[in-house]
Design a binder for this molecule. Structure first.
Ligand SMILES: O=P(O)(O)OC[C@H]1O[C@H](O)[C@H](O)[C@@H](O)[C@@H]1O
Length: 331
């Protein structure tokens, strides 16, 4: 009884409808080694899809479709360790991205405890069961710069769609600039069978070549080795085609002009302690980001981004997918 009372008290604190949003104290055993005691929120959609969000890092650790198939990659060696980001899922990297400068690689927002945001204004308050608003305030955060900010993330689940709306507010008395990335680890059947369309002909920064700039020559991005690139001024719609699964992720974005494409391949995978040796075959990171031109915010100003991922089934058409159909035809 005492346990039940504290459970409903916790829901009350979260201001969630207990019939529709579940809060579980443990991360599911089925997600690799992520069995630590981390509060998570489970969003469900009437058609059967679901998403699991940790307050730690505001991290989305699972997104399942109506058929209960997992759409996000989670490392087989994923573990929770204080001050470390979880390898997999979707997380928001704020303030910096890449290993430039003296602050933490890919920002510190992935390894701090976020809270439920009771006042998401000026976004309208959430009145449906498949969304949640999270907030991370700079108070108490040992970040060198920016000093004072509020980082918000709205996560909304609907039939076949996962929508993220990140926002950053400058609560300092002087301007600051920042880089931002939504790091999406997508689950794929076999990286050698994956093709990304929408990034062809773009300029990119190659992180594996001392950040030199190149222009993409291929008519689609395919993978046969380590890849770590920032595609500049990428279109607002990108298709990630998994030939073997006959599934296409359609990634739409706004106010996030760059796209990071990362796969560590075998050598780097072995060097990463929280990634299984063969895990690289089942993942592709396609991040929606603002890196090349940092975002500048004056005091009290707010920046708002947008990302929507959906899946459509795709099939071969004489050995090739029609990129126009993938990018424009499946609405
Ligand atoms: O190990 P992490 O900090 O999570 O970074 C993982 C990867 O994220 C990005 O996609 C970067 O482009 C890579 O350079 C980096 O190695």
């Amino acid at each position: 009884m005492k346990l039940l009372r504290s459970f409903f008290g916790f829901l009350d604190w979260l201001q969630l409808d207990w019939r529709r949003v579940k809060v579980k104290p443990f991360v599911s055993n089925s997600r690799g080694m992520l069995q630590q005691q981390l509060p998570r929120i489970v969003l469900t959609d009437p058609n059967g899809s679901s998403a699991e969000v940790l307050l730690y890092g505001g991290h989305i650790v699972s997104w399942k479709n109506q058929r209960k198939e997992e759409l996000l990659f989670m490392s087989s060696k994923a573990k929770w360790k204080q001050h470390k980001a979880i390898r997999g899922g979707i997380s928001a990297c704020f303030a910096r991205f890449g290993d430039v400068g003296s602050v933490e690689q890919n920002g510190m927002t992935r390894n701090r405890m976020w809270s439920l945001d009771r006042d998401p204004s000026p976004l309208p308050p959430i009145n449906d069961h498949s969304s949640i608003d999270l907030i991370l305030k700079s108070t108490g955060v040992d970040l060198k710069t920016p000093r004072s900010f509020e980082l918000r993330l709205r996560i909304s689940l609907s039939a076949g769609n996962l929508i993220l709306i990140p926002r950053v507010r400058n609560t300092d008395n002087k301007p600051f600039s920042f880089a931002f990335s939504l790091c999406n680890y997508l689950s794929v059947s076999d990286i050698s069978e994956v093709r990304i369309e929408g990034l062809e002909t773009l300029d990119y920064v190659d992180n594996l070549m001392n950040r030199s700039r190149f222009t993409e020559q291929a008519d689609a991005i395919t993978f046969d080795g380590e890849t770590d690139r920032v595609y500049l001024h990428s279109p607002n719609k990108i298709a990630i085609i998994d030939h073997e699964k006959k599934r296409t992720f359609v990634l739409q974005k706004n106010a996030l002009p760059d796209s990071v494409v990362w796969n560590p391949w075998n050598k780097k995978a072995k060097a990463l302690p929280d990634l299984g040796d063969d895990d690289y075959k089942m993942m592709i990171c396609v991040n929606s980001a603002a890196i090349d031109t940092p975002i500048l915010l004056k005091p009290s100003e707010e920046w708002k981004g947008y990302q929507e991922i959906s899946t459509v089934s795709s099939s071969y058409c004489s050995g090739q997918l029609d990129p126009n159909k993938v990018l424009h035809g499946f609405q």
